[in-house]
Design a protein around this ligand. Structure first.
Ligand SMILES: *[C@@H]1O[C@H](CO)[C@@H](O)[C@H](O)[C@H]1NC(C)=O
Ligand SMILES: *[C@@H]1O[C@H](CO)[C@@H](O)[C@H](O)[C@H]1NC(C)=O
Ligand SMILES: *[C@@H]1O[C@H](CO)[C@@H](O)[C@H](O)[C@H]1NC(C)=O
Ligand SMILES: *[C@@H]1O[C@H](CO)[C@@H](O)[C@H](O)[C@H]1NC(C)=O
Ligand SMILES: *[C@@H]1O[C@H](CO)[C@@H](O)[C@H](O)[C@H]1NC(C)=O
Ligand SMILES: *[C@@H]1O[C@H](CO)[C@@H](O)[C@H](O)[C@H]1NC(C)=O
Ligand SMILES: *[C@@H]1O[C@H](CO)[C@@H](O)[C@H](O)[C@H]1NC(C)=O
Ligand SMILES: *[C@@H]1O[C@H](CO)[C@@H](O)[C@H](O)[C@H]1NC(C)=O
Ligand SMILES: *[C@@H]1O[C@H](CO)[C@@H](O)[C@H](O)[C@H]1NC(C)=O
Ligand SMILES: *[C@@H]1O[C@H](CO)[C@@H](O)[C@H](O)[C@H]1NC(C)=O
Ligand SMILES: *[C@@H]1O[C@H](CO)[C@@H](O)[C@H](O)[C@H]1NC(C)=O
Ligand SMILES: *[C@@H]1O[C@H](CO)[C@@H](O)[C@H](O)[C@H]1NC(C)=O
Length: 809
């Protein structure tokens, strides 16, 4: 007998999706740019030549007490942490932390089961086939995720792993090679117990001396120091841990989950935009996977500094005196109370006016710092407005829309004619705001956001879509048996069920030509493309609230905002430009796609590897919607409980039932905000008229122009914005630089707007070519359900609305 379905409390799901990993890098409570460099054990042995290998040892003793040599490493960690004064930062030497984690014994059977569970959930991941067989455009190595997971199962069975940590690291690394930040597996030991960091003060930065020369790598704090002390000349870093600096950094950079090497390079360093918005990510160099016991940097002036790497202990290790005890305590499912769940956005004190740290005074600012509007005052820049959007995470979507609209109107009334969308660092948020942002600057009726998406067509989805259609038609078993409904669903109402399954309800989707779909089969397809099956391409209906799942909110140009189609376009397309640094993901890529490929808006990108080449503006996932593990599970359970006893008995042996009641995946996840951390990309985002239907992240798109960071830009964001204006809005005559100021070799790529690449589709992937298949039953159910679709009263409540899973990141 199954327990009744308990939908997670509205608040539980509605709270922001806090990932213990951000950009592929584990997050912890301790990363703060202002943190004192107290752990640093720096040698000031000046002017050792680079070939001098005699390096001084760290001057402080390990933080662990003197313990007999053969003690259990976890016992040493546990007692070291216990001995710290209360309130002290819980750190131990990285190497010791590592040895503790590696002492956790292998759970062979559990891990074989875990991979079975993951394979079921990855059926929902949209782009497996493209990862395995990417189009020629794609810059990263192919990866056969399922095939490699099968090999790992074999390896488990044949004794190929000796401990739990090594297994988790391997599996985590495999999924990371998809370089899709909607796809993440964040397991208990890796993400929940400790976090590896280099010491405070080891943040780096890559800047060009004059904006023209290739950038060099410096200590971030040296640049700060230099602004306070004019005689101090920072010296670039030549080697790290004995390896040439660029080579070393490339080896660290791969841990970030961006599908672009220049983006992964930028992700090594603190991000101005993220610092401004209060995010605690200081770069994948500073925080990430275990990187050895210490970090040694040699500067070009000969100075060598060594510092010990640390493990920040996140979990309560009391009583954990060996690896088995660690397993017993942390590898059994959700912990009763999670101690510190770091949030990704700043908590704003009610008294202080919100502001972007280090930025000038804003014209408008969102209280959660997701959006700020700025004007440049300096002579020659009076015509410029800047929308700084470091995040699309604004559960109050109405406020976000209002602030953006106010800022645009104010700017126009103040004669600003140029607009910069500063989207640096933007990892996504509430998807609807991506479509709305496009409409804010292209309000005309003909500029309807395309927004074509599709799902991977798999067995469980087929059942879910069919049952969702049956439910809308009042045809499921529980709708004929009130007792069964009450038993299965307790307090969950029919409206809740509609809400949760709206994305799979064919009645609330449109086809590519904005026509209604006639049946679930008309939506499901499947279409065979690149050796896999996909649903037909669907579009949102922005005039139908359930379709886009933000009740009470009207996108500009639709419903309550229909009259805005009369608003004159506030800026000419050529006077709008996007500023990217590659980290744009998810919702950020929705707006970027529309601005570029529908609006013809150009892009400038900043940073990247020290190479005179073009750079892509976007390195994050371009998926249109993510699902967390529990999003998948809840949908599967809802549908299971709608069924008759006979249907349920059948589903128990199929993907639907197995997905609904999988346990091992949830047992071995890290938890964050009460939810199992991790999930998949649910929907591919597709380009209008791309006959190859290539998911957007597999299409190479260079920015129109690339700019290096310079030292003054690091400390003053207005220098970045002026750099954008100089290159993108000035003609190049009258002594102004124009696009000749772009990085050598970075302009004119055929995929960029100025290179003629607007609207350019993907290349058909090698191997199996696209062919239209399936969908033959499309007319069968036509009309059957339509008359009854209004029967279930649409009773949206704002509270449950947030749980819709429409949130994408
Ligand atoms: C350190 O060595 C470099 C190169 O060997 C030299 O140019 C520099 O003057 C030296 N600095 C000091 C402070 O001795
Ligand atoms: C290396 O540096 C040390 C000082 O830390 C010095 O004593 C030694 O002579 C140097 N060796 C070489 C080969 O330069
Ligand atoms: C780095 O750590 C290792 C292992 O603890 C130690 O043997 C070595 O001396 C350290 N190197 C430096 C330069 O401190
Ligand atoms: C400024 O930098 C120079 C060169 O590194 C140093 O000698 C001096 O002490 C610094 N001044 C202050 C006030 O820190
Ligand atoms: C060499 O450069 C490093 C990094 O900028 C700096 O910390 C150090 O003080 C410099 N050493 C000398 C002797 O100038
Ligand atoms: C523009 O001037 C206002 C008023 O003096 C100031 O508050 C604001 O910070 C300035 N903005 C920029 C971008 O410098
Ligand atoms: C904007 O331009 C108009 C027409 O040139 C002028 O009358 C008005 O004063 C200007 N407004 C501002 C805020 O500069
Ligand atoms: C659904 O069908 C059941 C039984 O066939 C009926 O009692 C119920 O009123 C119907 N619900 C709606 C909303 O029409
Ligand atoms: C209705 O559901 C209840 C509870 O599952 C079951 O006991 C009963 O037999 C069902 N009635 C019919 C007519 O199927
Ligand atoms: C795609 O669907 C067809 C027919 O529905 C099925 O035979 C085939 O196995 C599916 N392919 C994959 C990769 O699931
Ligand atoms: C439209 O406005 C009405 C009245 O203010 C409001 O009740 C409704 O929720 C709005 N609908 C949408 C989709 O914005
Ligand atoms: C649209 O209508 C609203 C409310 O009636 C009004 O406040 C707004 O100014 C109108 N917008 C345009 C562009 O006419």
């Amino acid at each position: 007998m199954r327990l009744p379905l308990l939908l997670l409390g509205a608040s539980g799901i509605a709270t922001a999706r806090v990932h213990p990993y951000l950009y592929g890098v584990p997050k912890g409570p301790g990363t703060d740019i202002n943190e004192l460099a107290e752990i640093e054990t720096v040698s000031t042995a000046d002017n050792i030549t680079l070939t001098n290998t005699t390096q001084p040892a760290p001057s402080t003793a390990p933080l662990a007490p003197a313990t007999p040599g053969l003690a259990e490493p976890c016992a040493v960690v546990s007692s070291a942490v216990a001995a710290l004064p209360s309130g002290a930062r819980k750190v131990v030497p990285a190497e010791l932390g590592m040895r503790c984690l590696q002492s956790v014994p292998l759970d062979k059977e559990g891990n074989v089961q875990l991979i079975d569970d993951l394979k079921l959930y990855l059926e929902w991941h949209s782009n497996l086939a493209y990862l395995k067989n990417p189009p020629p455009d794609y810059t990263e190595e192919p990866v056969d995720i399922i095939g490699e997971m099968n090999s790992m199962q074999k390896q488990l069975n044949s004794g190929g792993y000796t401990n739990e940590y090594d297994f988790q690291l391997d599996l985590n690394t495999l999924l990371n090679r998809a370089y899709d930040n909607h796809l993440a597996w964040q397991p208990d030991i890796l993400a929940g117990v400790m976090q590896f960091q280099r010491p405070a003060g080891s943040e780096l930065v890559s800047v060009s001396a004059d904006g023209v020369a290739l950038p060099e790598v410096f200590a971030y704090r040296d640049l700060e120091l230099a602004t306070q002390n004019e005689t101090f000349k920072p010296s670039p870093i030549r080697t790290i841990n004995g390896q040439e600096v660029e080579q070393y950094l490339q080896s660290v950079a791969v841990q970030a989950d961006f599908h672009d090497a220049d983006t992964r390079w930028n992700a090594l360093f603190p991000s101005q935009a993220l610092i401004a918005s209060g995010v605690t990510f200081l770069g994948s160099f500073r925080t990430g996977k275990y990187q050895g016991p210490n970090t040694t940097m040699a500067f070009s002036n000969g100075t060598v500094k060594t510092a010990m790497n640390v493990a920040v202990v996140l979990a309560d290790l009391e009583g954990v005196d060996n690896g088995q005890r660690l397993f017993d305590k942390f590898c059994q499912g959700p912990q009763p109370t999670s101690t510190s769940s770091a949030t990704s956005t700043a908590t704003i004190t009610s008294s202080a006016a919100p502001s972007h740290t280090g930025y000038p005074k804003p014209v408008v600012i969102h209280p959660n710092l997701s959006l700020g509007g700025y004007h440049l005052n300096d002579t020659g820049y009076e015509d410029v407005a800047i929308l700084s959007i470091p995040s699309y995470q604004s559960p109050n979507v109405q406020l976000f829309q209002d602030l953006m609209r106010d800022f645009i109107r104010t700017s126009v009334s103040m004669n600003k004619t140029k607009l910069i969308f500063d989207l640096r660092g933007n990892g996504g948020g509430n998807a609807i705001l991506g479509y709305d942002s496009f409409k804010q600057v292209f309000p005309q009726a003909f500029q309807e956001p395309f927004g074509g998406t599709r799902y991977r067509a798999h067995e469980a989805l087929d059942t879910i879509g069919q049952m969702t259609a049956d439910f809308a038609a009042n045809k499921t078993f529980v709708q004929t048996n009130a007792t069964a409904f009450a038993e299965n669903f307790e307090d969950t109402t029919q409206d809740d069920i509609i809400l949760y399954t709206a994305g799979f309800n064919f009645e609330h989707q449109l086809d590519v030509d904005d026509k209604p779909l006639s049946s679930w089969n008309d939506m499901f397809g499947p279409n065979q493309m690149n050796g896999d099956n996909f649903t037909n391409e669907i579009r949102y209906n922005f005039s139908d609230e359930p379709s886009y799942t933000y009740p009470g909110f009207s996108v500009i140009g639709f419903l309550n905002n229909t009259n805005e189609t009369q608003t004159p376009q506030p800026f000419k397309a050529e006077n709008i430009v996007m500023l990217h640094d590659g980290m744009c993901s998810s919702t950020c890529t929705i707006v970027s796609e529309l601005l570029k490929n529908q609006g013809g808006v150009r892009t400038i990108v900043v940073g990247g590897q020290p190479q005179f080449k073009p750079m892509q503006g976007i390195g994050g996932t371009k998926g249109a919607q993510s699902f967390e593990w529990d999003d998948v599970q809840i949908r599967s359970q809802i549908v299971f409980f709608l069924g008759s006893p006979a249907q349920q008995a059948e589903w128990n042996t199929t993907a639907l039932g197995k997905t609904a009641f999988a346990t091992q995946l949830f047992k071995r996840s890290a938890y964050s905000g009460g939810r199992a951390a991790g999930g998949i990309n649910l929907r591919d985002n597709l380009r209008r008229a791309d006959t190859s239907q290539t998911p957007l992240e597999f299409i190479y798109e260079a920015a129109d122009c690339r700019m290096w960071y310079t030292a003054p830009m690091i400390g003053d964001v207005t220098m970045v914005w002026k750099g954008v204006v100089d290159r993108m809005f000035r003609g190049g005559g009258n002594g102004t630089m124009g696009m000749t100021g772009c990085v050598k070799g970075s302009t004119g790529d055929k995929s960029s707007v100025t290179g003629g690449g607007q609207g350019r589709g993907g290349e058909v992937a090698p191997g199996v070519q696209g062919e239209q298949g399936g969908g033959g039953l499309s007319q069968e159910f036509q009309g059957a359900a339509r008359g009854e679709r209004e029967i279930l009263v649409w009773k949206w409540s704002l509270v449950i609305a947030c749980i819709m899973g429409f949130f994408v990141y």
